[in-house]
Design a protein around this ligand. Structure first.
Ligand code: TXA
Ligand code: MG
Length: 359
């Protein structure tokens, strides 16, 4: 009995050594480090990589063990599928089993770039990567480092956003280091992400129309120039009701939330200022506003940008900053729901756990 216990202790220790990574390396955007990162990907390790949208947690999409490490590092539910990143159209044929004429037209117009298409899965993509679905999300990123890593490693890259599950997505390498230190082999620092929110995820419907499952930098208006019709899935702006089915598993989970409580506020600037006056006695209250030069408020205020594009670029890092400065409750002035603003609104309403007040 004692011997058996000692044996299982050794097996446990051995497995622990295999699984645990003591130190996460920080690579720079230079040829030598790119080669090292590509070699790690090829051999089945997980690497944090820059893309134009947010940083991704990358691994070989066809290596189930490597993909399992992504889920473990993030603490991600196994039924939430990963996006497969490719570098060219020839690679698409190895990832998707069927590519419709509409998919080709969308790829020609928006790739490389922040658009993910949900397509029938190629048999070479393991079920762990697609969260058990028979479809796969595919995207061709624009970021030169992401593209170089796909080419140098020779593998298609599965990559969710590189945050720990539920927390705001990372837009600089330091965010990834903070969330993933000790859990993954390396992070490659490719500078700040230019887009700042994740890609637009779409499903292609029978009749040449497109359904937006997650809004992003590629807007409904832009998609309408290629598809016959664009539908924004109701789950983009509304909380799921009990028992309701979802088109994208990611819609089910709490997302993008800092530790501080977030409340989204809709209404005029004057009404927002009055609300802040009322809340100023509460401990640790901060405001995150979207109008530069807004009149002084009764609580400390930060801006997350004036235009839709600035707001997309800054929102995640500002939410993380709120935790860094010890905010307990953050009131966020709501962005527009049009254009790229819809993506920012979608992230904020989830960060707030659907706590929205009208003033
Ligand atoms: O910009 C991005 O898309 C970033 C960068 C790294 O490329 N990636 C990213 O991945 O945001 P992730 O895993 O954080 O979000 C992917 C979303 C999830 O909500 C997931 O449920 C959905 O896409 N998704 C992936 N594959 C899908 C599929 N086959 N069917 C429906 N939804 C899918
Ligand atoms: Mg994510």
């Amino acid at each position: 009995m004692l011997l058996q216990q000692r044996m299982s202790w050794h097996v446990w220790q051995d497995n622990r050594k295999k699984r645990d990574i003591v130190e996460t390396k920080l690579f720079a955007d230079c040829a030598a480090d790119l080669m090292q990162a590509a070699a790690l990907l090829k051999q089945g390790s997980v690497v944090g990589i820059p893309t134009e949208t947010v940083y991704g947690l990358a691994a070989d999409a066809r290596n189930p063990e490597a993909v399992r490490q992504i889920f473990a590092a993030k603490g991600r539910p196994a039924d939430n599928p990963l996006i497969v990143h490719i570098a060219d159209m020839a690679e698409l044929e190895q990832v998707a089993a069927k590519i419709s004429p509409l998919a080709i037209r969308l790829a020609e117009r928006f790739w490389p770039g922040p658009l993910t298409m949900v397509l029938p899965k190629h048999p070479s993509i393991p079920s762990v990567t697609s969260g058990g679905l028979d479809t796969v999300g595919v995207r061709m990123p624009l970021h030169p480092v992401a593209r170089a890593l796909i080419c140098l490693s020779g593998v298609s890259i599965a990559a969710p956003s590189a945050n720990r599950s539920g927390y705001p997505s990372p837009t600089i390498a330091q965010h990834v280091m903070r969330d993933m230190q000790g859990k993954i082999a390396a992070v490659l620092d490719g500078g700040a992400c230019t887009v700042g929110v994740e890609s637009t995820v779409i499903a292609l419907e029978q009749d040449d129309s497109v359904r937006i499952l997650r809004p992003g930098f590629v807007t409904a208006e832009q998609l309408e120039t290629v598809a016959s019709h664009v539908i924004v899935d109701p789950a983009v702006l509304h909380e799921l009701q009990k028992g309701q089915t979802v088109r994208s598993p990611g819609m089910k989970y709490q997302h993008y939330s800092p530790s501080a409580r977030v409340t989204l506020v809709e209404g005029s600037q004057t009404a927002f200022a009055a609300l802040m006056e009322q809340c100023s006695k509460e401990n640790g209250v901060y405001a995150l506003v979207c109008h530069n030069g807004q009149n002084a408020l009764s609580v400390p205020a930060y801006t997350y940008g004036d235009t839709d594009e600035e707001q997309a670029q800054q929102i995640f890092s500002k939410l993380r900053e709120m935790d860094d400065i010890g905010a307990k409750h953050v009131f966020v002035e709501a962005p527009r729901k049009e254009g790229v603003g819809l993506a920012v609104y979608n992230r904020l309403i989830r960060a707030a756990g659907f706590e929205v007040i009208q003033v």
